[in-house]
Design a protein around this ligand. Structure first.
Ligand code: SF4
Ligand code: MG
Length: 316
């Protein structure tokens, strides 16, 4: 992704739009928004070199609040549009944003396809275990037997594991953050943006309006006798998910297996980078076929003046 060094350093407010924010007071989405803006500032990405796409849900409103190009797309479809945007203009830093219901439910097929493709963008999922915008139904990440205040009965099917799904799909950067730690979230998102390839950042997000199970107090472990956080950071326990030699298939399998094993840990839940590998991106493969795209993004090519005669000849 293009990371620029503007003449005058950009500050946090350069990434804020002036639109009214209508998220519920205390929503974890505020922490994720701040984390994204802090990451953009950290990398000094100019707003006119930024494209932010979103799906549908409370998280879908995020591009409205960021100063940059924004596209609020359809439910579950954010990855298709973000991929198209990225391939059309490789000069832009691309962020895809969505919720857990949006991305891991209706968007699950696209989620797998995007991991397999490995185009260069960061996908940030606001994971709050519910469909917040439609009044708190159970989302695909809510575990079996759980019941939030907006559900009449306990969930009778098990939740999915997004980290393990991302490992299987082929994402080359897979991480988890926590919405109420914006500084840490910003560092993880900055790494996801700098990574070349498809990056997933699953952000555990509190929804004070509908999710009364996974609250700020729950994550803090306020109910536990020893008042101990239910979160921990992988790097603080000596975990390193980075593949040192991407040509070594055995190392890749070992690192993937370690990431999946950690993703099933509960109480405490690991935060940080589970897996990272520098592998060829979709763009790398496109450039092999269309070398001109490496220097000139598709959006800047005069496609109407292309000589299609050789193509027609080949099809005779
Ligand atoms: Fe946030 Fe939940 Fe309100 Fe949506 S419903 S804005 S996720 S607190
Ligand atoms: Mg949700």
């Amino acid at each position: 992704m293009s990371i620029n060094t503007p003449a005058k350093p950009l500050v946090l407010k350069d990434y804020k739009s002036d639109l009214h924010n209508d998220w519920c007071p205390g929503c974890g989405d505020f922490g994720i928004l701040t984390g994204i803006q802090m990451a953009l500032q950290q990398l000094q990405i100019e707003p006119d070199k930024l494209a932010v796409y979103s799906g549908i849900g409370c998280s879908g409103k995020t591009p409205h609040y960021i100063n940059g190009y924004g596209f609020h797309t359809l439910h579950g479809r954010v990855l298709t549009v973000a991929t198209g945007g990225r391939l059309a203009n490789t000069d832009l830093t691309v962020l895809a944003l969505g919720g857990d219901g949006d991305g891991y439910g209706i968007g699950a097929g696209y989620f797998v396809g995007a991991g397999r493709r490995n185009a260069d963008f960061a996908y940030i999922v606001h994971n709050n275990n519910v469909y917040g915008l439609t009044k708190g139904q159970a989302s695909p990440t809510l575990s079996k037997g759980k019941k939030t205040k907006s559900m009449p009965e306990q969930a009778i099917q098990d939740g999915i594991n997004p980290i393990a799904m991302a490992v299987a799909a082929g994402y080359t950067f897979i991480a988890r953050a926590y919405a109420l730690e914006p500084k840490y979230t910003a560092d993880i998102i900055a790494r996801a943006i700098q990574h070349k390839g498809s990056a997933l950042v699953d952000v555990l997000q509190t929804c004070p309006t509908y999710n009364d199970l996974y609250t700020k107090e729950w994550y803090e472990g306020a109910d536990l006798a020893e008042k101990k956080s239910r979160l921990y950071k992988l790097e603080e326990r000596g975990y390193d998910g980075k593949v040192q030699d991407p040509t070594d298939a055995q190392e890749i399998v070992a690192k993937k297996a370690a990431a999946v094993a950690r993703s099933y840990e509960r109480e405490p839940i690991p935060l940080g980078v589970y897996y990272e590998a520098a592998l060829p991106t979709y763009e790398d493969e496109i450039y092999k076929r269309i070398p001109a795209m490496k220097d000139t993004p598709l959006a800047e090519m005069d496609t109407f003046k292309r000589d299609v005669q050789p193509l027609l000849e080949a099809m005779r």
